[in-house]
Design a protein around this ligand. Structure first.
Ligand code: HEC
Ligand code: HEC
Ligand code: HEC
Ligand code: HEC
Length: 502
């Protein structure tokens, strides 16, 4: 009999991980009923071996280094991801896959946060954390450009769909990864970049690409998966086309709550967004290079873990029947919550030094000489002298309290974290604006003040060349991005929190 890891280590969210960490083992379901005698043979699949492993999926990490400060789902970050991988998947054979859209942080206007530094750091951290393969996507290209994307430090990159005008691929089309006598082949399906700067890339269709590649996949591979930022519609059309592909693992995040199992189809599993979760797909395979047939539901799975030593429990029978000549899988979404906070992981050091250098750069930019187009920030104390009505209205909005929200936020260090202060202050990393969070700087620039919307206005109204910036949706989106303000709607929000609100 195979040994089984203690249940407490598989679901530490619920039970806390204690006790001896035994070697992996994914449940060998069919053996269980005959487990009292040592000479029994497996009940099924005598011709093929049972392989047990975990695919751990991320995608759309989108430049997020640390837990998001957002009011909803304040999860994520590399430090927690490191801990979660160690603790939740300890003892398992794990293949770490990144579906792409990894490097580029959403709209962010701070000029001191040169996104290239962030992108390079994300590449490095992804490699450190042990990502086995990464399908590059359109926003990765925007973050660093093609040449850097090909050469930067990071996990091995693939893309089977992107070609240059000479018909050559920019990246390896697929990668074979071997661990513990299990071999998986991962094919990279990147979607076509919409950015006009990258129209020189020719993108072949997923269908054409897979049809051409599958014959090249060695026959001794256990599982074939396709990974990447693939187009949703295109992929759903292919769910019934390629029976040898076990899974389509894609970006998007829409279905991550509970992927629906479709019978006789290649399942699509979408990666959770912004690095806030990891999606673990536990596989128990008896049929190589075949689809995953049966999704084990959570109740059965968790029950089974709890009663594994009690072969008389009906769940053993249920799962043995489900596993009859079938590849079983169970998906588990792990929120990277405070449960996984530990002090001093290696990634934290790198992130801290990135934060420090971002603040130094912001300060250097803040100190640059002002110009007519970048006149610098006067701060709201100045505006109040003339625009008392606007000042009064603004002071009742949440914008005026944005700094206090950081002070009361449970995540420590947010008041010195450039990934928070940029949106909760005014003029961060802009000429004549806010740089290092010193007490005197903060007194002037804390909270989302007038000039966060109206633009830098130092010199107004005396200098007529200095005019407020017209306000539209984009004024808000720099801060009200999808991660931090998921419910943002321009018309609704505009009425609620400007200097013009009722
Ligand atoms: C890209 C801009 C941006 C960044 C970066 C950002 N925030 Fe925010 N934050 C917002 C916006 C916008 C809201 C308001 C969202 C809404 O109500 O739609 C908000 C709301 C909040 C709130 C809720 C306030 C309340 O009481 O309702 C907290 C707390 C908060 N942020 C903390 C943080 C922390 C901590 C960080 C850093 C880890 C952070 N934010 C980073 C833009 C940002
Ligand atoms: C000394 C008084 C004074 C101060 C200080 C002042 N303003 Fe004004 N502001 C005016 C006057 C007068 C006008 C109208 C004439 C003009 O547009 O120059 C105006 C116009 C504006 C307008 C509207 C322009 C338009 O399109 O009608 C905005 C927006 C504005 N100010 C914002 C600010 C902000 C933000 C600050 C603080 C950074 C500020 N003002 C500081 C006097 C002032
Ligand atoms: C510099 C970043 C920034 C900009 C620019 C910005 N906001 Fe905000 N906004 C925030 C932050 C941060 C909060 C959360 C404040 C808090 O409660 O701590 C917020 C909160 C709000 C809220 C309150 C949400 C609620 O339900 O409590 C509204 C409404 C809002 N903003 C509308 C707008 C609109 C409209 C614009 C554009 C015209 C805009 N904001 C521009 C950062 C920004
Ligand atoms: C969340 C964004 C936001 C903030 C913060 C904000 N305003 Fe405004 N302000 C607007 C919008 C929107 C208008 C409407 C006119 C427009 O679209 O330009 C406006 C209009 C104005 C006008 C012109 C009023 C008129 O009658 O034409 C003045 C003056 C002004 N704001 C001053 C201020 C001052 C002073 C502050 C800070 C105390 C401030 N605003 C903060 C969004 C903002």
């Amino acid at each position: 009999m195979r040994s089984l890891m203690p249940i407490s280590c598989i679901i530490p969210l619920f039970f806390g991980c204690t006790g001896d960490q035994q070697t992996l083992t994914f449940p060998t379901l069919p053996d269980i009923e005959s487990s009292t005698t040592s000479s029994t043979t497996a009940q099924f699949s005598t011709s093929t071996q049972t392989k047990e492993f975990v695919l751990s999926l991320v995608g759309e990490v989108r430049g997020e280094l640390e837990p998001c400060g957002c009011p909803t789902l304040p999860y994520g970050g590399f430090a927690r991801r490191t801990v979660a991988l160690q603790e939740v998947l300890d003892g398992h054979t794990v293949f770490q896959l990144d579906a792409g859209e990894t490097l580029l942080k959403g709209f962010f206007s701070n000029k001191g946060d040169t996104s290239i530094d962030r992108a390079l750091l994300i590449g490095e951290l992804s490699k450190d954390i042990g990502v086995d393969v990464w399908t590059v996507g359109p926003s990765d290209l925007i973050a660093v450009g093609m040449e850097t994307l090909q050469t930067m430090t990071g996990p091995p990159r693939i893309s089977a769909t992107w070609y240059n005008n000479e018909g050559q691929r920019y990246f390896e089309p697929f990668k074979v990864i071997s661990k513990d006598n299990i071999q998986i082949a991962v094919i990279g399906l990147s979607t076509h970049p919409t950015d006009p700067r990258y129209q020189f890339i020719e993108t072949k269709s997923a269908k054409e690409t897979l049809a051409a590649l599958l014959p090249d996949i060695p026959s001794d591979i256990d599982m074939i998966v396709a990974l990447g930022s693939m187009d949703d519609e295109e992929i759903s059309d292919l769910q019934y086309t390629f029976p040898s592909i076990a899974l389509f693992l894609s970006t998007e995040g829409a279905n991550y709550e509970d992927p629906q199992h479709k019978p006789n189809a290649t399942q699509i599993i979408e990666a959770p967004k912004q690095g806030r979760f990891i999606q673990n797909i536990y596989v128990r395979q008896t049929q190589p290079q075949k689809r995953l047939d049966n999704h084990v539901n959570e109740a059965d799975w968790r029950t089974w873990l709890m009663v594994k030593d009690d072969p008389t429990h009906s769940v053993h029978q249920t799962l043995a029947e489900k596993g009859q000549r079938k590849n079983l899988y169970f998906t588990e979404l792990i929120p990277l919550s405070a449960t996984f906070d530990r002090t001093d992981t290696a990634s934290q050091e790198k992130i801290a030094s990135f934060a420090q250098s971002t603040i130094q750069k912001s300060q250097a930019i803040a100190e640059q000489p002002t110009t007519t187009t970048e006149p610098g920030f006067a701060a709201s104390g100045r505006c109040a002298q003339c625009h008392t009505a606007e000042m009064a209205k603004w002071s009742f909005t949440n914008h005026s309290r944005a700094w206090e929200s950081l002070l009361t936020h449970p995540v420590e260090g947010s008041t010195t974290n450039p990934d928070c202060i940029g949106c909760h202050t005014t003029g961060f990393g802009q000429v004549g604006g806010f740089g290092e969070p010193s007490t005197s700087n903060l007194r002037k620039f804390k909270a989302v003040q007038c000039e966060a919307c109206h633009g830098p206005l130092k010199g107004h109204p005396n200098d007529k060349s200095i005019q407020p910036t017209p306000i539209d949706k984009d004024t808000c989106l720099g801060c009200h991005d999808a991660a931090n303000s998921p419910d943002f709607d321009f018309d609704t929000y505009l009425r609620k929190a400007t200097c013009q609100s009722k």
